[in-house]
Design a binder for this molecule. Structure first.
Ligand code: ADP
Ligand code: ADP
Length: 226
């Protein structure tokens, strides 16, 4: 069955219906892009999957189990999350930022894990002792990806991970993430407002409009229909 399953999911804020009845199944190993205009509900939908947002109604299942039944720590172990920009703790080194997860299993193991994680995202091991404000935007986002992968999650969620980057950095990091998706056998969901990026990186493109999924296609099908 599907690794992630959303069933009639709704999220309303006081005056806004951000997500209105989304049902959707994501198979293990898929790379899904969630595309749509600003305010269409992409970020809210993504955040329901690791319970950064609690839905108003409807269910999210992880491997068949409603995530509301899972301890939050267990859920966040299985699902890594990359924030748009302010994801790093400014008073901690790169290493400390990444080790927030694996630190719990012992200092020595953590140091080795951090080295491995930096390598995965193509960052020099010497970066481990830097502070976030000493890094470029692209390097910071690489650290964000490394941290999201620290607990060896099955699922990687990314909210506009490359939005603030210049086009060259953006392409390089996009390709790296796609390669990691394949190498690590991840199930990846990426929010973006950039259709070109979605078509390039994803196996499946979901288009969101006013809280609903209005298209669900392979990139080739969207290109043929355009
Ligand atoms: P997107 O990621 O596509 O830009 P969002 O999920 O961020 O869309 O927002 C969907 C709608 O919900 C927007 O109208 C937004 O203003 C509203 N919204 C998002 N977060 C909140 C919040 N915490 N409180 C109130 N309204 C919110
Ligand atoms: P923006 O789109 O403005 O960059 P995000 O959607 O990325 O914002 O969410 C950033 C928020 O999440 C901030 O309040 C930040 O402090 C918080 N945050 C950052 N990293 C984590 C984390 N690993 N776990 C939980 N919350 C975090």
């Amino acid at each position: 069955g599907a690794l992630l399953q959303l069933c009639d999911l709704c999220k309303s804020y006081e005056t806004t219906d951000a997500v209105s009845g989304v049902s959707l199944a994501i198979a293990r190993g898929e790379f899904v892009a969630l595309v749509g205009a600003s305010g269409s509900g992409k970020s809210t939908l993504l955040k329901t999957v690791n319970r950064l947002v609690e839905p108003t109604s409807g269910t999210v299942r992880f491997d068949g189990e409603p995530i509301a039944n899972l301890p939050l720590a267990a859920l966040r172990h299985r699902i890594g999350y990359v924030f748009q920009s302010i994801g790093l703790f400014p008073h901690m080194t790169v290493s400390e930022n990444i080790a927030i997860g694996p630190r719990l299993v012992g200092e020595k193991l953590a140091a080795r894990r951090v080295e491995k994680l930096l390598e995965l995202v193509d960052l020099d091991p010497a970066m481990a002792t830097r502070m976030p404000d000493e890094l470029s935007g692209g390097q910071r986002q690489r650290v964000g990806v490394a941290r999201a992968l620290a607990n060896e999650p099955q699922v990687l969620l990314m909210d506009e991970p490359f939005g603030a980057l210049d086009p060259v950095t953006r392409d390089a990091l996009g390709n790296r993430v796609r390669a990691l998706h394949e190498k690590l056998g991840l199930t990846t969901v990426m929010v973006t407002h950039d259709m070109a990026e979605a078509l390039l990186l994803a196996d499946r493109v979901l288009v969101m409009e006013d809280g609903r999924i209005v298209a669900d296609e392979a990139p080739q099908a969207l290109l043929a229909g355009a």
